[in-house]
Design a protein around this ligand. Structure first.
Ligand code: G3P
Ligand code: CA
Length: 255
């Protein structure tokens, strides 16, 4: 466990944030990807989670297991929802071989295990895909991490529910459309610290509007070094990328 999340968010300079771990060099949302992100000295490491059938937060991006596990080969069918399986069943799956044979045997981590790895050298940016606020806040409380992680979601009602339960939790509101004043007003009203937006909708006016409200602007998902430099020149505060090492190098050269 390193610096408090609020301190990390407020750091000088541009934050480099590993998207689903260092997901260009290891299977996304696995401990391999998180360890590589730590090696790349990512300022934060992003992950996604859903709840299993028995209510355990499991680190995974898609609603269905098909793309990044061997669930279809193992169980048959298609479009197999993660939420229909118990944690025990999910542990049987291979979440690494789809990416490269050398990662065969990688498992879907539970959120607690992922936090243990990431918090050892960085700060976790937890993206909630599905699951209630109470379960997440209780887990963070148990692990004494309430002030050491950032929680983000596209679902702003979820963020408001987190805020009601945990006044000091650092929150980020995600969006993928125009960054309008009305949306910013809503986000601001929830009490988030960060706006995490699709980089395609970010321009100088958007950066100014976010900063005028005292918020930070992080952009996703930026894997191209030229685009990262462009966004930094506009004034963004964080770059969420599958390639944290390469993007950090590109931005350092810039300075
Ligand atoms: O960190 C923001 C970004 O992860 C949101 O998009 O689809 O990769 O979860 P997605
Ligand atoms: Ca995500």
């Amino acid at each position: 466990m390193k610096a408090p999340a609020r301190e990390v968010v407020g750091r000088e300079g541009v934050l480099v944030i590993a998207h689903r771990g260092a997901s260009a060099s290891a299977p996304e949302n696995t401990l391999h990807a998180f360890r590589r992100a730590l090696d790349a000295q990512a300022d934060l490491v992003e992950l996604d989670y859903h709840h299993s059938r028995d209510g355990e937060p499991c680190v995974f991006h898609d609603k269905t297991l098909d793309r990044t596990t061997d669930a279809v080969a193992r169980w048959g069918g298609e479009k197999l929802p993660l939420s229909a399986r118990t944690t025990r069943e999910l542990r049987e799956l291979d979440a690494g071989a789809w990416f490269a044979e050398r990662f065969r045997g990688a498992v879907i981590p539970d959120l607690g295990a992922a936090l243990d790895v990431i918090q050892d050298g960085s700060t976790t940016l937890i993206e909630r895909k599905a699951g209630d606020a109470g379960t997440l806040v209780a887990l963070l409380e148990r692990k004494a991490l309430l002030q050491h992680v950032v929680v983000q979601a596209f679902d702003w009602e979820f963020l408001a529910a987190c805020r009601a339960r945990a006044p000091h939790l650092v929150l980020g509101a995600l969006g993928s459309r125009e960054l309008s004043q009305a949306r910013l007003d809503r986000i601001h009203g929830i009490g988030v610290a960060v706006v995490g937006w699709n980089h395609r909708y970010v321009d100088a006016a958007a950066v100014e509007a976010v900063h005028a409200r005292g918020l930070k602007l992080w952009v996703y998902t930026v894997n191209d070094a030229d685009r990262a430099r462009e966004l930094v020149a506009l004034g963004v505060d964080g770059v969420i990328t599958d390639r944290p090492a390469a993007i950090r190098t590109a931005l350092q050269k810039e300075r």
